[in-house]
Design a protein around this ligand. Structure first.
Ligand SMILES: O=C(CO)[C@H](O)[C@H](O)COP(=O)(O)O
Length: 232
């Protein structure tokens, strides 16, 4: 099974706390997300700071753009973001704007299907426009109403579109392996890491669970793994 990337979503509002959480999670994740409320609060300065402290990670700016796609996303790519989001409910021209500016900077655009009614139709349109990533996303308010992203994720993967698939929405230790089995390329975990007593421990747990579900574990690699195979 292909191993998905892990993305930590940093949704607090405090600049320094965001940097501290990023440092704690970084050893175990591939992508560091600055969440929408955080981005509105702290802006480009936070993107630049996270970029500077984590040159080896992908930086995700959750803009959730609704209009003026090229114009809104460009400064964030310039500041060091690798991926910006545009809402799937936006006009196709807006979505194309974010894809165009991503391409202009050699970066990626993610179309977020939060609140999109016909997700298959919009995913097809976004893929045709050249979206790099399409995100299934059960928002915080929808989570509070008891919704989950699992069925929508399975339906999107089943479309077999030529785009990467991301999934977000309350994913935690007890559900992350079920999510891996659905075959997304990127798994987003926010509250289960940042709201934990020990975020570093929670991030490591998520990493170990994802690795194990993807058929990779510490004990299967290196000298120990080779010896195990040799000894049958
Ligand atoms: O984009 C978001 C909210 O709109 C969150 O970053 C995303 O839902 C991940 O956080 P959590 O794992 O806590 O749901």
């Amino acid at each position: 099974m292909a191993k998905p990337l892990i993305q930590v979503a940093l949704d607090c509002l405090d600049f320094d706390q965001t940097l501290a959480l990023a440092r704690q999670a970084a050893p175990y994740v591939d992508i560091i997300e600055i969440g929408t409320p955080n981005l509105k609060h702290n802006g480009l300065a936070l993107v630049k700071a996270v970029r500077a402290q984590h040159p080896d990670k992908l930086i995700f700016a959750d803009l959730k753009t609704m209009d003026a796609g090229y114009y809104e996303a460009e400064p964030f790519y310039k500041a060091g973001a690798d991926i910006c989001t545009v809402l799937g409910t936006a006009d196709l021209g807006t979505i194309k704007g974010v894809i165009d500016v991503a391409n202009a900077y050699g970066k990626q655009a993610q179309v977020d299907l939060i609140n999109v009614e016909d997700k298959a139709a919009r995913a097809n349109e976004a893929a045709k426009l050249g979206a790099h990533i399409i995100g299934i996303h059960t928002g915080i308010d929808q989570q509070l109403a008891g919704q989950t992203p699992f069925a929508d994720l399975a339906a999107l993967v089943a479309l077999g579109l030529n785009v990467k698939v991301s999934v977000a929405g309350g994913i935690k230790q007890s559900t992350v392996q079920q999510v891996v089995k659905s075959g997304p390329n990127i798994i987003v975990v926010g509250g289960a890491i940042t709201g934990a007593k020990a975020p570093e421990v929670a991030a490591r747990e998520i990493r170990e669970l994802v690795d194990a579900a993807s058929g990779e574990s510490k004990s299967s690699g290196g000298l120990f793994g080779w010896l195990k195979k040799l000894l049958g």
